[in-house]
Design a protein around this ligand. Structure first.
Ligand code: SAH
Length: 240
């Protein structure tokens, strides 16, 4: 049996987990032991009678900052239960998450995932514990928990046996460097809109060509950034 993919989530809100990952494909995989999820309550490492985890920002300004000593104690505790796994801090200041990073994460033994709150963390703990900093997009969430759920969802569905038709994963958006083609299903006519005739023609080659053309056209129009990277890579072997 392969070793199960194991995540420890460090959070002030352990009750948010597994949350949506307890349902559907990820939830069934969790029950079957394909992966496992542990939460570490940052509050347990808080300081003093109030178990305080945050303090005012050095240099002034609004909000609160999570303390380096508190977070480090929680990280060190979590690391003791793990082999060599990446320790990830979710932050809008991080490297944007990609399908490629998700795939590498799913191929590894698991992760330690740290969720920030307030204004974020004292920078020194990020340096001292060499945390990998990842952003799930150019917007600001109220905490790292929803970002952690997104990261874990993306990784768990790549674990062997989680998604039924595994072939379907290869052609998905980003796996080829392009967005995926659009989908249709019955009824053939709906509110005066027909399914593109090629898709019901039974001509497999034409269908493949149509899908490829749509993937390219849609990527070019919607995601000029992806399209430019795809064009630049042409002629080179994809490096995943
Ligand atoms: N002051 C910070 C934002 C703090 S938001 C800044 O301007 O960069 C509070 C917490 O939510 C962060 O510590 C982080 O863990 C999480 N978070 C917010 N937006 C995120 C994003 N786009 N990706 C990943 N985590 C995010």
């Amino acid at each position: 049996m392969t070793k199960r993919w194991t995540v420890s989530v460090l959070t002030l809100f352990p009750e948010m987990f597994p949350g949506p990952l307890g349902a559907s494909l990820a939830g069934r995989a969790l029950e079957r032991g394909v992966w496992s999820l542990e939460t570490v309550d940052l509050r347990d490492f808080g300081i003093g009678a109030h178990r305080s985890v945050d303090d005012t920002p050095a240099g002034g300004g609004p909000g609160m900052v999570m303390r380096a000593d508190v977070v480090a104690a929680a990280l060190d505790h979590a690391a003791r239960g793990h082999g060599d796994v990446p320790a990830i801090y979710l932050t809008p200041r991080g490297t944007p998450l990609t399908q490629r990073r998700v795939r590498r994460l799913a191929e590894g033994p698991g992760a330690i995932v740290l969720c920030g709150r307030f204004e974020g963390l004292d920078e020194r703990v990020l340096e001292a514990r060499a945390l990998e900093q990842i952003s799930i997009g150019d917007f600001v969430l109220s905490g790292g928990e929803v970002a952690a759920l997104a990261l874990m969802d993306a990784a768990v569905r790549l674990l062997p046996g989680v998604v039924g038709a595994e072939g379907s994963l290869d052609e998905e958006s980003f796996e080829t460097g392009l967005l995926e083609h659009p989908h249709y299903t019955r009824p053939r006519d709906w509110e005066g809109r027909a399914i593109p005739p090629v898709l019901t023609s039974g001509d497999h080659n034409k269908i493949v060509q149509w899908r490829r053309a749509r993937a390219r056209a849609d990527t070019r129009r919607r995601r000029p950034d992806l399209w430019a990277a795809y064009e630049a890579r042409k002629g080179r072997k994809p490096d995943r």
